[in-house]
Design a protein around this ligand. Sequence first.
Ligand SMILES: Nc1ncnc2c1ncn2[C@@H]1O[C@H](COP(=O)(O)OP(=O)(O)O)[C@@H](O)[C@H]1O
Ligand SMILES: [Mg+2]
Length: 375
Amino acid sequence: MKKRIGIVGGGQLGRMMGFSAKQLGFDVHVIDPTPQSPAGQVVDSQIVADFKDSTAIRKLARKSDYLTFEIELANAKILNQFAKSGVKVNPSAKTLSIIKDKFLQKTFLRKNRIPTAEFIKIDNEYEIETTAQKFGYPFLLKARFDAYDGRGNALIRNEKDIKNGVEKLKGRKLYVEKFVPFTKELSVVVARSINGDIAIYPLSETVHKNNICHTVAAPAPVSKKIKVKAEKLGKKVMRSLKGAGVFGIEMFLTNKGDVLINEIAPRVHNSGHYTIEACITSQFEQHIRAVTGLPLGKTDLTVPAAVMINILGERTGPAKLRGLDKVLRMPQVYVHVYGKMETKIDRKMGHITVLDKNIKEAYKKARLARKYISI
Ligand SMILES: Nc1ncnc2c1ncn2[C@@H]1O[C@H](COP(=O)(O)OP(=O)(O)O)[C@@H](O)[C@H]1O
Ligand SMILES: [Mg+2]
């Protein structure tokens, strides 16, 4: 019988994992609340249910030899029970439960002496004000749970912003983080196999707009010294966590040359999409290899430079792909459409990866390609 993989989450990450898993001959099943989800369209079956629905996850586990996830929203408690009953769950449910709470994650980093921005837990508005006196402005108010694409963050520039921030994040558990005046954001994708081998991808530079990942360039245009420092830190983070799989590690570089960890994602990552065309093994295939006990693949770049640019939604309504023919006339430009039926402002609808002889040329081409296309 073919080996079966269950994925909690059916978004674009699950879709790209699905392509890789199918290529290697696995049966693949996903859970996602949206019928015909991006992953559901390309795998063997989809259970239409919430990621936290314990009955649905149980159903998925019965269909799976290996269980993994593409989102932190996954229900760590239930995944943990399956791990005990013999289904191979990776990354480990323990790691998921540390990472999915940003405050616990930060505490974990601090305990492991991994540099990160100063932070403090807060329980009410009054504590935000006292923290403001301690940290000074600006700082970030962050939701502990279920935050992505900047939706759990509020930048507090002055006392007046506190009210708006609290309003934006109403009803959520919060913590405060000191603002890091970074010069660049960096990211490294790292994989660990079931036997503990670690494979690290080239350091990349990420550029965010409105808190959302906009472009990624690899290799990151930084000095050798910074590159070595960041990659060393990435490996240290990996060694301190449990479980197999691919992890995305987001970092800040300061003007003093310090590298701080921003956050860890216990899954394949937007900053690793470029690896599909630009590296020996894509992050998605690597994740499938890692969680199923196969040997990890090599992570080297096969080209001098790659730039990935996200295609974000520009309106609300049914998705409509335009300009594909124009972009496909450009050499070494690769378009990925996620198959989402509905678009929304800033929703991740697809991405473009451009390969070239250097980052500058790749950026130029990526910007042009992005102008031609919309979803
Ligand atoms: N402490 C900080 N100082 C400065 N900028 C920050 C800080 N935290 C977050 N940001 C900015 O907001 C972006 C999104 O924040 P992040 O905490 O990574 O949230 P998400 O989970 O939505 O990715 C970051 O990539 C960075 O650009
Ligand atoms: Mg982030």
